[in-house]
Design a protein around this ligand. Structure first.
Ligand code: 13P
Ligand code: SF4
Length: 304
């Protein structure tokens, strides 16, 4: 912590000077999560918090689509992303043309797009979802067939939770969660039978099948805090366990994790620079933003 302390102090000072708040995703490193974040959460929580921000500036410690979502929901604010290259394999996997292609393939079916998409894709969709509300959003669609984009694994997991819907999907995936295999989990459980395995729904369905629980990043944290297993394997990004382990000394975090190279682009140094320079403000074309806002707001309204 000693090497982080000067950055943390400088950022917290600049936050006051700039009247800024830091919204940080659960995958941020511990020095960001514990040192400088004003709000931490999963994608849905961060989106809802963005609507409530009264400060002048939002610094989004997360990936680019999260900063865009904040800007769409609270356009009067300056939204800074400390590294514009902090992308997402899911957001990169589909464009608005892809949405048009799916609509042509399944005429009349509503398009539910994961928030892990660009503003253009959100604008071309009917409603958004996150990992914490996807099944609820799909179930609420007034159509037998529902198009889910772009995460095929989230869609396949949701299809099993909402069996009365014909869920069809785009061929996107998360490079972090697709790397876990069901065999890895079985091997791990054979050697460590008392471990509670908890998987994010961006994992393939056979991986989720091996888990004791599946949920959004905040759902995973709540589950561990509630259940207090003696050993827990979080089948998700590595920072999750690091961020919560100090407050849960009775839980031993075990097993493999995968690093998200996009999330890890956000560092204390870059946060300090963006607050100092005020560079890296996210802009969304107003026409696109207005349509994207409808999709995101519909999701928020259905989730509350
Ligand atoms: P959560 O909404 O579960 O936080 O997942 C978002 C995500 O995919 C982060 O990469
Ligand atoms: Fe995208 Fe996966 Fe990284 Fe999340 S963990 S930002 S879904 S690549």
């Amino acid at each position: 912590w000693a090497i982080f302390a000067p950055y943390v102090a400088a950022i917290n000072r600049l936050k006051k000077e700039r009247n800024a708040v830091i919204l940080a995703h659960n995958y941020m490193t511990p020095e960001i999560y514990h040192g400088i974040a004003d709000v931490v959460g999963d994608s849905l929580q961060l989106a809802i918090e963005a609507t409530r921000v009264e400060a002048d500036v939002i610094v989004q410690c997360g990936v680019h689509f999260m900063a865009e979502t904040s800007k769409i929901l609270n356009p009067a604010k300056t939204v800074l992303i400390p590294d514009a290259e902090a992308g997402c394999s899911l957001a990169e996997s589909i464009t608005a043309e892809g949405i048009a292609e799916m609509r042509a393939r399944y005429p009349g079916a509503p398009v539910v797009s994961y928030v892990n998409t660009t503003a253009e894709v959100k604008a071309a969709s009917d409603i958004c979802c996150t990992s914490s509300n996807a099944a609820q959003i799909v179930a609420a669609q007034d159509s037998d067939t529902v198009i889910m984009t772009p995460d095929k694994y989230l869609a396949q997991n949701v299809a099993r939770q909402v069996p009365n819907k014909n869920v069809v999907w785009w061929d996107g995936s998360c490079i972090v969660h697709e790397r876990f295999t069901a065999q890895d989990l079985r091997d791990f459980r054979d050697l460590n039978p008392d471990t509670r395995i908890i998987a994010h729904p961006e994992c393939p369905p056979d991986v989720v099948d091996e888990a004791d629980f599946s949920g959004s990043t905040s759902g995973i944290i709540s589950y561990v805090e509630r259940e207090r297993p003696s050993k827990a394997m979080l089948v998700t990004e590595c920072s999750m366990a690091s961020n919560i382990s100090d407050n849960l000394p009775d839980v031993e975090f075990v097993g493999p994790c995968n690093m998200c190279p996009y999330m890890k682009k956000i560092t204390l140094e870059k946060v300090l620079w963006s607050l100092h320079s005020m560079q890296g403000a996210v802009e969304v074309d107003p026409v696109v933003a207005e349509k994207a806002h409808i999709s995101v707001q519909r999701m928020i309204d259905l989730s509350q």
